[in-house]
Design a protein around this ligand. Structure first.
Ligand SMILES: Nc1ncnc2c1ncn2[C@@H]1O[C@H](COP(=O)(O)OP(=O)(O)O)[C@@H](O)[C@H]1O
Ligand SMILES: [Mg+2]
Length: 545
């Protein structure tokens, strides 16, 4: 845990500790001065010593003035360091999410990943604040304890024993905290997930009138989320009760001893009042140690989840040895490919071989689920755990940097994702250097140009929420244009015509052949008629056992 916090603060440890230390010293000083002034004022009133009274008040005013300047400065510095560490952590988690192996996302839901990126990081921020209060409590508590000990060692020992008993009680009461918290975090991920998937599938939910079913599903998830939260609340409630009990016990002890002192005369009243003030410091010390113990137990789950992302192996971007393409006759050569998704025993590919010549336009066909999209993912290096050999431009893809691999092959996925931004910007993601003419040529080929011009702002029309304001076919045509404008010599289209009508589809393939005559093209389709005009067709069904 300390290692994790250490890692979080990276090279800000010294700054963080200094600010926390100054902040704590300032706050401790304020309390101690108050205690001393109370003692001094009471004593001087009893002694009828007005000179002592005035000096005490002046000292108090000067010191409080100093503290009022120093305190906020160090506190501001400390908060800034914490905010910076959290900013860095958010950045690291987000960049990891974009660099992780695709396989990672097969095993984690969107809801859980959102929960880690936002909620768990908030917990971690909370723990940093707790640490800063702990340092204050240690300084304050220790100083208070020493001063109290000087004033009355018997009373100090009794109060410390009570506080120790309190700490043991807290430890016992919080036995199941981590387990409950793991449950809470897991359920929160599920709640996030249902919200994400509901928004994604709202059209379908409405047309199928599944609203009631969906709401009741949400309700039952939320109920079980609240149920596990109740367990945490119960622990907190019991600990709070114990805390109040201990506080009362402390006061009772001081009052009883105070009465004893009063019987002995007025000499001890000043000390007794100072002890009243100082015992809050001792209580705070134990309270804070207990609190941080609980917080560390709670945030351990968050730390572990964040680290699960941070420690995940990223795509080996720098594995490259090969930077240049060989001028081979074959762009793609696959030998004895064997692959299955992790956790699934059945192989998608068994002993699969494929050669694609430079300049060829081939069709890959096969019924849905046969492995067409998986083949592309393997070619793009998304999954590395396969047997056999995949060569691209003469090099084994496991030795080509991911950056080059994806620079050499353009890919138009089965499902087009459109980002928030204009239509033009969305197409330009394919090639930021593409000229307007290149873009128009591509959109004409994918038959997107005309409908784009009819949009309210033409190419400058803003798209939101994955192109909500466009039809699936229109979205896909923008996606196809995006792939066409890349400079890559090889382009893979996964089901490019799935959302185009038959005539448009045939026309698209015809024009594509013309447009890509200098390129190598793989066109994946479940429609074998469509690919009949291509140079060659590979039917994946033939490779199934
Ligand atoms: N991420 C994944 N994890 C586990 N199984 C998967 C994953 N993606 C696809 N599959 C399975 O692999 C098989 C091939 O899928 P895919 O390559 O998408 O087929 P298609 O030929 O329709 O493109 C299917 O049985 C599918 O269920
Ligand atoms: Mg597919």
């Amino acid at each position: 845990m300390l290692k994790q916090i250490n890692r979080l603060l990276v090279n800000n440890k010294v700054r963080f500790t200094s600010y926390v230390f100054i902040d704590s010293v300032v706050r401790v000083a304020l309390f101690i001065i108050q205690a001393l002034v109370i003692k001094s004022v009471v004593d001087s009133v009893i002694e009828n010593n007005s000179e002592k009274l005035i000096i005490s008040i002046i000292c108090f005013v000067i010191l409080v003035g100093l503290i009022s300047v120093l305190g906020p400065i160090s506190n501001y510095g400390m908060v800034k360091v914490i905010k910076k560490a959290i900013y860095r952590l958010k950045y690291d988690v987000f960049s990891m999410l974009t660099n992780l192996d695709i396989g990672f996302f097969d095993n984690h839901t969107d809801g859980d990943l959102i929960s880690i990126s936002l909620n768990d990081i908030e917990y971690v921020e909370h723990i940093l604040y707790s640490i800063s209060s702990l340092i204050f409590a240690i300084l304050f508590g220790a100083t208070s304890m020493v001063m109290m000990f000087i004033l009355s060692w018997e009373l100090t020992i009794i109060i410390v024993i009570v506080q120790f008993a309190y700490t043991i009680g807290v430890k016992k009461l919080s036995r199941n905290l981590t387990v409950y918290n793991q449950e809470v975090v897991r359920k929160r991920g599920k709640l996030n997930q249902i919200i994400v998937s509901t928004i994604d599938s709202l059209d379908y939910i409405k047309t199928s009138q599944l609203e009631k079913y969906w709401i009741s599903k949400f309700e039952s998830l939320d109920n079980s989320y609240i149920a596990v939260q109740k367990n945490l609340l119960r622990i907190n409630k019991n600990i709070s009760s114990l805390g109040i009990l201990v506080e009362g016990l402390n006061l009772a002890i001081i009052i009883i001893i105070g009465m004893y002192v009063l019987k002995m005369g007025t000499d001890g009243i000043g000390s007794l009042m100072a002890i009243f003030q100082l015992q809050t410091g001792v209580s705070l010390l134990f309270e804070s140690v207990n609190r941080i113990y609980l917080d560390l137990k709670t945030s351990k789950v968050s730390f572990d989840r964040i680290n699960m992302i941070l420690d995940e192996p990223v795509e080996s971007i720098e594995k490259s040895i090969y930077k240049d393409r060989k001028s081979e006759e074959y762009v793609i050569k696959i030998r004895n490919l064997e692959f299955s998704y992790s956790g699934i025993s059945e192989n998608i590919f068994n002993n699969f071989n494929l050669d694609v010549k430079r300049g060829e336009i081939i069709g890959i066909v096969g019924e849905s689920g046969v492995g067409k999209s998986t083949l592309v993912k393997l070619l793009l290096g998304y999954y590395e755990a396969y047997n056999g050999n995949i060569k691209l431009y003469g090099h084994d893809i496991s030795r080509i940097s991911t950056h080059n691999l994806r620079k050499w092959i353009a890919f138009s996925p089965q499902k087009t994702y459109l980002f928030d931004g204009t239509v033009m910007e969305n197409i330009q993601f394919g090639n930021l250097d593409a000229t307007e003419n290149q873009i128009y040529e591509a959109t004409k080929l994918t038959q997107a140009h005309d409908f784009i011009l009819e949009l309210c702002d033409g190419y400058n029309t803003k798209l939101r929420n994955n192109g909500q304001n466009l039809s699936e076919g229109q979205k896909h045509r923008i996606g196809l244009a995006r792939a066409l404008i890349t400079n890559c010599e090889t382009i893979i289209f996964d089901e490019p015509t799935a959302s185009l009508d038959k005539i448009t589809s045939f026309e698209f393939v015809k024009e594509l052949k013309e447009y890509c005559k200098d390129k190598t093209v793989i066109l994946i389709s479940h429609d074998s008629h469509l690919t009949s005009s291509l140079d060659r067709i590979v039917d994946l069904a033939n490779y199934k056992l």
